[in-house]
Design a protein around this ligand. Structure first.
Ligand code: NAD
Ligand code: DAU
Length: 374
């Protein structure tokens, strides 16, 4: 059983509109979501963040909320049934927002096991704990209880240039161990909705970027390497396409789906912002040169000469592209942040938080980088 550490006692009193159980809140999207929710709802809501702090979880991401009365951090593994049940027993949870997962495709290719453990079995633990806490004796559920499963567009597989988009009706066709584990977890949530009428939604989002993203992922890795004058490793021909969405837009979509969506439905979330990887890298180089002060010595090394084509990712999906038509029509959500603005915000954030980058790239990251890019 994993250790449960309450950094601050959960206040069981308090008149909150809703209590949220957020899993994986110390990661990239989870921490941005928590910031977004406190900006939007302030003291009206309470958030309990459950995270076991893998290499990707970082409490520094949340240091400006950690003293709030209405925020509690619990260090626990979502696979630990007893720990998760205890949280439900001690708190009247109204919303679950389930982010916790192993999230990096390259790591899943090298070590699939932990992906099945956390993403599939961990999701099952979360579903059972919520169902047991929320279900009445007659099989109905306590009023206004909702579970949101945060998933990915990768479950739909890969598109070719000229194909249309991923729709909610596109059959699941995952290729990597990561996307297979996420598709499995989507199917489990669907099974709970279909079999037990469990009150849930699934969201499938495209590639996110923004503050606090771990530099194993394309955008922060390229920003960090360029600033250090290191090679920019491009897989294959660099023409794989991803559909990039600024992370705050994702956070907003999750909240809107949970409050305005129809229970039992799946919603695609995407930026309508398809770009080849090589285009992204060129934009990062240009934006760095635009933002860095003229007297910054790092400017001298930043340029296209850093671009290095390396061996392709195994089973590399060619193109992802989301049709966010349903979420727009039914809920009114649309991507608000233009890529040219979002990438500036992101690069500025990394320039203003160089200590954060130093901290996350010391230690284990060096070993990961050497092995991955040797
Ligand atoms: P991340 O890797 O940055 O964060 C994952 C968080 O989950 C970390 O804080 C980690 O400590 C925690 N965690 C991992 N295993 C855990 C366990 N067993 N118990 C408790 N906590 C655990 O990931 P992210 O990029 O923020 O992604 C969050 C979610 O959103 C994932 O479910 C991912 O599949 C999904 N998603 C990500 C993207 C993207 O572009 N990053 C896009 C669509 C969907
Ligand atoms: O589409 C949503 C998914 O986006 C999420 O579900 C995943 O959690 C998230 O990691 C992301 O997956 P990708 O594999 O698309 O993201 P990544 O940043 O790893 O890679 C983006 C593209 O850039 C991909 O085509 C591989 C390429 N790439 C990546 C790295 C890290 C490179 O060319 N070089 C690199 O060093």
């Amino acid at each position: 059983m994993s250790e449960i550490k309450f950094l601050k006692e959960t206040s069981s009193g308090g008149n909150y509109m809703r209590t949220y159980l957020v899993t994986g809140g110390a990661g990239f999207i989870g921490s941005n979501y928590i910031h977004y929710m406190f900006r939007k709802y302030g003291d009206e809501i309470r958030i309990i963040n459950v995270d076991c702090l893998t290499y990707a979880g970082n409490l520094e991401n949340l240091k400006d909320v950690e003293n709030r009365e209405n925020y509690t951090f619990v260090k626990a593994d979502i696979c630990d049934k007893e720990a998760i049940e205890k949280i439900f027993a001690e708190n009247d949870i109204d919303r679950v927002v389930h982010f916790a997962a192993e999230s990096h495709v390259d790591r899943s290719i090298r070590n699939p096991e932990v992906f099945v453990q956390t993403n599939v079995l961990g999701t099952l633990v979360m579903l059972n704990a919520a169902k047991n806490a929320w279900e009445n004796e007659d099989g109905t559920y306590k009023e206004d209880k909702k579970f949101l499963h945060v998933s990915t567009d990768e479950v739909y597989g890969s598109l070719e240039e000229g194909d249309t988009y991923f729709y909610e009706t596109t059959p699941l066709d995952p290729h990597s161990p990561y996307s297979a584990s996420k598709a499995s977890s989507d199917m489990l949530v669907k099974a709970y909705m279909d079999t037990y009428k469990f009150p849930a939604n699934i969201t499938n989002c495209s590639n996110n970027y923004g503050p606090y993203q771990f530099p194993e992922k394309l955008i922060p890795l390229m920003i960090n390497n360029a600033l250090q004058g290191k090679n920019l490793p491009v897989y294959g021909d660099g023409k794989n396409v991803r559909d990039w969405l600024y992370v705050d837009d994702h956070a907003k979509a999750i909240d809107m789906v949970q409050e305005q969506g129809k229970l039992g439905e799946r919603y695609n979330i995407g930026g309508h912002n398809e770009k080849q990887n090589i285009e992204i890298i060129e934009i990062i180089l240009e934006t760095l040169l635009e933002i860095l002060p003229e007297n910054d010595e790092r400017r001298a090394n930043i340029g296209k000469q850093l671009i290095t084509y390396v061996e392709d990712r195994k089973g590399h999906d060619r193109r992802y592209a989301i049709a966010p038509d349903k979420i727009k029509a039914d809920i009114g959500w649309y991507p608000e942040t233009m890529f040219k603005d979002g990438i500036k915000l992101t690069i500025r954030w990394f320039l203003e938080n160089e200590e954060w980058m130093k901290n996350v790239t010391s230690g284990d990251y060096q070993k990961y980088y050497q092995e991955m890019y040797k």
